[in-house]
Design a protein around this ligand. Structure first.
Ligand SMILES: [Zn+2]
Length: 253
């Protein structure tokens, strides 16, 4: 993995929405601790059940967070892009809840999990930002579970495209097979849905990538899950403990 020797630069925007939401004072504390790294396709950032040393704030690309099925197959639980943090649960346990694999190559800011735990005790808004993200992840997983059980492959694929667009950008490097694996669907079904979206002018396909051509129509084609997930990402947390900045985070030994 490539690892630059430069940090974010005090006061600069990193490209990660969670880091960039921090006030200047908090960012000045975290900036010396984060290192810019490249994310290579298929790179494993964490293994489910194993110790976690580093956490990643992606600035581009997409990280697929997966859990093992009974037959050893990996099922995508959620994906993380520039809006979030890979493996936030490790802040509390140092153990990976999921296997995190880079699905779309990109870059991230990496931090040692112990360094981040230390910063949580020193900063004002970082705990709130992390809890807000954890809340949005919980909402996303609830909706994704509901979507997988009750909604069609087309609705699930549209949701995946909308979340990939939000997390990564307008051009999404992916294949029919990689989407099928992420959704646990048949490749042929994915191809049929993508063809219908192309015919409606909602997306454009080229070799190894999908471009969102009409974001509004893509949202129109989605189930209610996207709006609920979006609301979870944008919620303004109300919490007395946070307001008093008396949050205490204790790691298990
Ligand atoms: Zn749905």
């Amino acid at each position: 993995m490539a690892d630059t020797t430069t940090n974010a630069g005090v006061g600069s925007k990193t490209g990660n929405l969670l880091l960039d939401s921090l006030p200047e004072g908090d960012f000045r504390l975290i900036e010396p601790k984060i290192k810019h790294v490249e994310l290579q396709k298929h790179q494993i950032l964490s293994m489910q059940g194993e110790a976690v040393q580093h956490l990643y704030f992606p600035t581009s690309g997409l990280v697929s967070c997966r859990a093992s099925g009974s037959q050893g197959e990996l099922i995508e639980i959620h994906a993380v892009g520039r809006e979030g943090l890979v493996e936030p649960a490790a802040i509390l346990t140092s153990i990976a809840a999921v296997t995190a694999e880079v699905q779309i190559e990109g870059a991230a800011y990496r931090i040692d999990v112990d360094e981040l735990c230390g910063l949580i005790r020193q900063t004002g808004e970082l705990p709130r930002a992390l809890l807000k993200y954890a809340y949005s992840l919980a909402v996303r997983m609830v909706q994704a579970t509901k979507c997988a059980m009750f909604h069609t492959v087309k609705q699930r694929l549209v949701l995946w495209l909308l979340l990939a667009h939000r997390a990564h950008g307008n051009v999404i490097p992916c294949t029919h097979q990689s989407i099928a694996e992420a959704l646990g669907a048949r490749r042929a079904s994915i191809t049929l849905v993508l063809e219908s979206l192309v015919q409606k002018g909602i997306i454009e396909r080229s070799r190894g990538r999908i471009t969102i051509a009409n974001r509004g129509d893509l949202e129109e084609a989605s189930c209610e899950c996207f709006q609920l997930i979006k609301a979870g990402l944008e919620i303004d947390l109300e919490c007395e403990l946070l307001a008093k900045q008396s949050l205490v985070v204790t790691k298990h030994p």
